[in-house]
Design a protein around this ligand. Structure first.
Ligand code: PLP
Ligand code: KYN
Length: 411
């Protein structure tokens, strides 16, 4: 695990000193400023803030590439962008060698495609392992696949801190399990799973993994190749910052490419799509995971997000994510616990992603009051205020001020 910045701040001046010492502080200026009336943004794990470069490059793309090249653009490089930018994101933050990552579709669609591809590699097995606190879209996709294919779900027993663990997995893993499909960082608790250990345990049982990286990409270090992950998916609109509805990514390990069998056959996943031939014949490699036309402005926005992460370097980004969440935990302990809030995230930073959740029965009202006061958090049912700090645009003073407002509101 990366070394952490010291996050202890007992005064606003201390928080300001942390900003002065922060080696990534200058990246804040790359983002468009907060809107008038917003003093703190603590929802980077639902929607990241926009990089100014995305606004500028989008405008240039429309004026020069789209207007200038029109249909010619597709044969002048647009068509290759999903794989090229996939490789850039993979190098910046996924720990994956080239040729295994694609930018396309949404996480929901990619989760469906990779889950079915994984199941197709284990045709004699009948079970999918997921956990009750998996993000709803993943549970629903699994429930529909189980219904359509006549399979079964093996629910992972919940752990006290909302996370998925090797011990919990051991209770359900047997020779019937085809796929273990879990979140690297749990969307509610922020628990960071030990993906390497869970992947290894899954493989020992002869099953395959599909990791959802939505809440970890851009906040946690990820080593898909080294962990020998089979499949992974994730969105790019949280810590990668590519914008609302920006295309998601999917990863399929190269060792599975000669037997990749995904369910949404489309023309762009076919070899030689412009031959318009009869019958489906998959394109080689990761390209076969593609279905229809990619959003080029969206893929280019992902490129900007990947570039800024590559420039900052994931170890430094992770160190700041840890330092920021440590400050949230410290302030929650000293200011919010006396007001009846409880920490609903792991206390150990090595087991925590890029957000911290605090619980109180009236969390919905607390969130509404925070928004009214210019501090934007997230509410998650039933009783959680979720504080998501994006490592690149967020500052320590922003966290200090936001928590100070929350203390007043919580009184
Ligand atoms: C873990 C997780 N998976 C999936 C999604 C959603 O995917 P999609 O972009 O397809 O709505 C989210 C957030 O929206 C998420 O947090
Ligand atoms: N895509 C969204 C669209 C609208 C509002 C929120 C989202 C989120 O991403 C929520 C997030 N996945 C979560 O963990 O709660």
């Amino acid at each position: 695990m990366t070394s952490t910045l010291p996050a202890t701040a007992t005064s606003r001046e201390d928080a300001a000193a942390l900003d002065v010492a922060d080696p990534l502080a200058h990246f804040r200026d790359r983002y468009l400023p907060l809107a008038p009336g917003v003093t703190a943004y603590l929802d980077g794990n639902s929607l990241g803030r926009p990089l100014a470069a995305i606004a500028e490059r989008s405008d240039a793309f429309i004026r020069e590439q789209w207007a200038g090249r029109l249909i010619r653009g597709w044969s002048e490089g647009w068509m290759e962008l999903p794989e090229q930018v996939g490789d850039e994101l993979a190098a910046a933050t996924l720990g994956a060698a080239a040729g295994q990552t694609l930018i396309a579709d949404s996480t929901t669609i990619n989760f469906y495609k990779t889950l079915r591809a994984a199941l197709a590699l284990r045709p004699d097995r009948t079970r999918i392992v997921i956990d009750r606190d998996h993000f709803p879209t993943n549970r629903f996709v699994v429930e529909s696949v189980v219904r359509d294919l006549g399979l079964e779900i093996a629910w992972l027993p919940g752990s006290v801190d909302g996370g998925v663990t090797v011990d919990a997995l051991a209770e359900v893993l047997d020779e019937r399990v085809a796929v273990v499909a879990l979140s690297h960082v749990a969307y509610r608790s922020g628990h960071l799973a030990d993906a390497a250990a869970i992947t290894a345990a899954t493989h020992r049982a002869g099953a395959l993994v599909v990791w959802d990286l939505c809440h970890s990409v851009g906040a946690c270090e990820i080593e898909l190749d080294a962990w020998e992950v089979d499949f992974a998916v994730g969105c790019t609109y949280k810590f990668v910052g590519a914008g609302p509805g920006a295309p998601a990514f999917l990863y399929a390990a190269a060792r599975h490419h000669d037997r990749l069998d995904q369910p949404l056959w489309g023309w762009l996943g076919r070899a030689d799509p412009f031959e318009m031939e009869q019958g489906y014949r998959p394109a080689p490699g990761i390209r076969s995971m593609m279905s229809g036309t990619p959003s080029i402005p969206g893929v280019l926005a992902v490129r900007e997000g990947a570039r800024v992460i590559a420039e900052a370097g994931m170890p430094a980004v992770r160190a700041k994510a840890v330092a920021l969440t440590e400050l949230v935990v410290e302030l929650a302990d000293s200011w919010l616990a006396p007001e009846g809030f409880t920490l609903a995230s792991p206390r150990d930073p090595a087991r925590r992603g890029g957000h911290v959740s605090v619980a109180r029965a009236d969390a919905r009202q607390v969130c509404a009051a925070l928004v009214e006061a210019g501090v934007l958090p997230d509410f998650r049912t039933p009783d959680v205020v979720r504080l998501g700090v994006s490592p690149l645009p967020a500052s320590f003073v922003e966290v200090w001020d936001a928590l100070a407002v929350m203390r007043e509101i919580g009184r």
